[in-house]
Design a protein around this ligand. Structure first.
Ligand SMILES: Nc1ncnc2c1ncn2[C@@H]1O[C@H](COP(=O)(O)OP(=O)(O)OP(=O)(O)O)[C@@H](O)[C@H]1O
Ligand SMILES: [Mg+2]
Length: 282
């Protein structure tokens, strides 16, 4: 059949698996594809991490639902960033359980494998390609197997252009597509990095202090962006800006000394004496 199509000059198959797709498949067999059927995207249980005897995470347990927008708050040193380091494989937990979906054991995976499985992370300092345009930044951050095809056909397929255009609109940089990224404002750089993460089609996005240093207007636009991403993606947002958290939060988790101190709606957390004592009252 294929031979006949070829002899007639017809493209035999629209999608040939690339080298990367084959590698992904091998890894998927090793670790299992994430199974979100039970509605939970991230499950941490009893996670402990110590640095030279200092307990940064102390039997931390947390579950995030598919499509949820969860905010994590807590004082400096509470373990918020360390928690993200454990989820993404940057730091290894000493004990406990960490699952992506029902079946993907994060503790057995490398940072690269975790990212490929669908967990994207935004660090505080944007890691964009300063000398490239906004459009090129998004193009460069598409999944590697798509880049292989791009190189093959020397121009972007129209569905890929559409995805970039859609992301540009979402991050409000459609008017800046041809601008050099290094010249963007601080807030715009943050949005571009979020856009670059989105190009990799993550299921779960981890955002550590995303509005730090943003103007009030940029913060408000970021709130709108996150609210619009929830549902399609699951988001875990760490922030000290309580007005921002109040604006976007559904469920808020309060970390203190490496464990969950309290969890619930923002107004309940704001009136919880324990939360006021360790964090909000300061
Ligand atoms: N690699 C490391 N080596 C030693 N100690 C560390 C390391 N990473 C974090 N810590 C310590 O673990 C504790 C938790 O730090 P972490 O960065 O997770 O806090 P955080 O909640 O993110 O705080 P902040 O709100 O200030 O960002 C801190 O006391 C920190 O000094
Ligand atoms: Mg931190």
């Amino acid at each position: 059949m294929v031979a006949m199509e070829e002899s007639l000059g017809i493209e035999p198959a629209p999608e040939r698996p690339s080298v990367d797709a084959a590698a992904d498949f091998t890894r998927a067999i090793e670790h299992g594809r994430p199974d979100f059927a039970h509605g939970v995207i991230l499950y941490l249980d009893d996670i402990s991490v110590s640095f030279d005897g200092f307990q940064a995470l102390n039997k931390l347990s947390l579950a995030i639902d598919v499509g949820e927008l969860r905010c994590i708050i807590g004082p400096n040193g509470a373990g918020k960033t360390t928690m993200m380091d454990v989820i993404t494989g940057k730091t290894r937990a000493d004990s406990g359980t960490a699952f992506f979906g029902q079946n993907v054991d994060l503790r057995e995976m490398s940072e690269t494998e975790i990212a490929r499985a669908g967990i994207g992370r935004k660090f505080q300092k944007p890691t964009i390609f300063e000398n490239h345009t906004v459009f090129e930044n998004l193009e460069l951050s598409m999944k590697a197997d798509k880049r292989v095809r791009t190189a093959l056909f020397a121009k972007l397929a129209s569905d890929e252009r559409d995805r970039i255009a859609e992301t540009l609109r979402l991050i409000r940089l459609d008017d800046a597509a041809d601008n050099v990224a290094g010249l963007l404002s601080h807030g715009q750089k943050q949005w571009l990095e979020i856009g670059m993460l989105l190009m990799q089609e993550p299921k779960l996005l981890l955002l550590d202090e995303p509005v730090a240093g943003m103007s009030d207007d940029e913060t408000e636009r970021t709130a709108e962006l996150f609210v619009s991403l929830a549902g399609k993606h699951s988001l875990v947002v760490v922030e000290h800006d309580m007005a921002f958290v109040a604006r976007i939060a559904r469920t808020v988790t309060v970390l203190h000394e490496g464990s969950v101190l309290a969890e619930g709606p923002m107004d309940r957390m704001q009136n919880d004496p324990r939360v006021i004592e360790v964090y909000l009252g300061r």
